[in-house]
Ligand binder design. Structure first.
Ligand SMILES: CC(C)(COP(=O)(O)OP(=O)(O)OC[C@H]1O[C@@H](n2cnc3c(N)ncnc32)[C@H](O)[C@@H]1OP(=O)(O)O)[C@@H](O)C(=O)NCCC(=O)NCCS
Length: 204
C-alpha cells in the first residue's frame, strides 16, 4: 500500500472511487492576528502552573502519549513512531516546522511537577502555501485533565504571545472529527486548506 497525499477534493474522490481507503482528512487552520485582539488570560485550575518549555523530553513525550487514547481520531498516526525522537527533533527545531518560539510555547504542570499539557509554537518556514508565520505543531492535555480549560489557556497564551510579538498569522493542523476544532474556532482559527491522505495499492 502507498499513501497518496492530495489537497484536491476531486482527486481524493477519484482515489476513493477506485478503491482507495481514507485514513485521514486533515485541515490546516489559521487565525488572522492583525484582526485579533490579544485575549485576556483566564485563570489556571488550582494546583496547576504554566511554565516555559524545558528539556525534559521524557516527560513531554510520555504526557503526549497519555493525551491521545484509543478511539481518538489521531491514535493510529502514532503507531510505530518513536515519540521520544519525534519530540527531541521538534524541540531542537530539526523538524519541518522550524525552530521553537519559546515565548509562545508553554507546558502545564500539576502540583507534583508532572507535565499535564503542552503547546509548542514554531517559526514555520515559508512555502508555497504558508507565508512563514508561526505554527502550532503540538498541543495536548493528558486525558484526566481534559475539559477543564487547560487547552484553552495554552491556546490563549500562544495567541497572546504572537499578537504581542506582532506576528500576522498563527496556524495549525487538525484532523477531521477531532473536537479540538471547536476550541480553535473559539479563538478565531478558520480552515484554509484540506489534505486527504488516502491509502491505495502500490502500482506494479
Ligand atoms: C484538544 C485539547 C488540547 C483541548 O484541551 P482541553 O483542556 O481538553 O480543552 P479545554 O477544556 O480548554 O476546552 C474544551 C474545548 O476543547 C474541545 N475538546 C477537544 N477534546 C476534548 C476533550 N477530550 N474533552 C473536552 N473537550 C475537548 C471541546 O470541544 C471544547 O470546546 P468548546 O468549549 O468550544 O466546546 C485536549 O482535549 C487534547 O489533548 N486532546 C487530545 C490531543 C489532541 O487532539 N490535540 C490537538 C491536536 S490538533
Amino acid at each position: 500500500m502507498v499513501v497518496v497525499r492530495t489537497h484536491d477534493k476531486a482527486e481524493a474522490a477519484r482515489l476513493l472511487a477506485a478503491g482507495g481507503r481514507q485514513p485521514r482528512l486533515a485541515r490546516d487552520m489559521a487565525v488572522d492576528l492583525i484582526a485579533a485582539r490579544s485575549p485576556a488570560m483566564g485563570s489556571l485550575p488550582i494546583g496547576t502552573r504554566l511554565e516555559t518549555l524545558d528539556s525534559e523530553m521524557d516527560g513531554i513525550a510520555a504526557a503526549a502519549a497519555a493525551a491521545v487514547l484509543p478511539g481518538h481520531v489521531d491514535f493510529g498516526i502514532w503507531s510505530g513512531v518513536d515519540r521520544f525522537e519525534y519530540w527531541r527533533q521538534l524541540l531542537a527545531g530539526e523538524g519541518p516546522c522550524g525552530p521553537v518560539l519559546a515565548e509562545a510555547s508553554r507546558v502545564v504542570r500539576d502540583q507534583r511537577g508532572a507535565i499535564v499539557g503542552a503547546l509548542v509554537v514554531t517559526d514555520m518556514p515559508a512555502s508555497e502555501w504558508w507565508a512563514g508565520d508561526p505554527w502550532i505543531p503540538e498541543v495536548f492535555v493528558v486525558s484526566g485533565h481534559q475539559g477543564q480549560g487547560l487547552g484553552g489557556l495554552l491556546v490563549e497564551h500562544a495567541v497572546r504571545a504572537c499578537v504581542n510579538a506582532r506576528h500576522r498569522r498563527l496556524g495549525l493542523t487538525v484532523s477531521e472529527g477531532n473536537p479540538a476544532r471547536h476550541l480553535y474556532e473559539r479563538f478565531g482559527f478558520r480552515p484554509f486548506r484540506a489534505t486527504w491522505l488516502i491509502e491505495r495499492p502500490a502500482l506494479r
